[in-house]
Design a protein around this ligand. Sequence first.
Ligand SMILES: [Zn+2]
Length: 223
Amino acid sequence: MSDFRIKLRRRNIPEEDLLADLKRVASELSKNTVTTAEYDARGQFGVNTFLRRFKQWNLALQRAGLEAPNRQNIPDAELFENLANAWTSLGRQPFGRDMDKAHGHSKFSLGTYEDRFGSWNKALLAFESFIRAGQAEAAPSSRTGTTSRRRTGSKINWRLRAQVLIRDSCICQMCGASPAKNPDITLHADHVVPWSKGGETILDNLRTLCLKCNIGKSDMHIA
Ligand SMILES: [Zn+2]
C-alpha cells in the first residue's frame, strides 16, 4: 500500500488536519509516538509542513497528545550512563522491560534505546563496546608529577565504576550483598590498594563494595 501515496502540497492546512494525520500514523504503528522517518513513510503531509507550523517535531507530537521523547538530543554517552545506572541499581543486566520509567531504574524509555540502536540487544552490545573503550582511555601516561609515578587520578568515573561492578556481578566483594537480592543495597567501586597509598585507579585495583562494607572499611583505617 505504501508505494501509492501522495504528498499534499496545499497551503494553510488546518492544524487539526495535521495533528489528526499524525495521530492516525501513530495509531497505525500502534505506538504513542512517531518519528519523522515513520511519518515520512506513512503521512499524508510533508514533515517540513509540520516543522514550519510547529517549529519542532516534538512540539507537533505534544500538540497531538503523543509522547515527545526529545530523543534526538540525548548523547549516546548519556544513554549508556543511564543504562549503567539501571544495571548497577538492579544488580543484574537489565531486560528491555526494566527500562520502563515507572520502575524507577531508568530515565529514558526502552523505545529511546530501540530507536537509537535498532533493538535492546544492539543497545546492550553498543554499551559493552563503549564501556570497554573507556578502560583504554582511563589509563593516561601523564608524567607531570616529578616525584610520583602515579598514572591515574583518584576519581573513578562512571564508566570504570560500571565496569568494576559488572565484572563483580554487582556483588559486594566483602559480604556478598547485591541489589539483585536486596534493592536497598547500594554498591560502590573501591580501591583495593588505597589511592593515598599509591594504588592506581585501574580495573585491577578496584573492587565492588556495598555502602556498609565501604564505610566499615574507612572506620577501620581511621582507628
Ligand atoms: Zn558488603
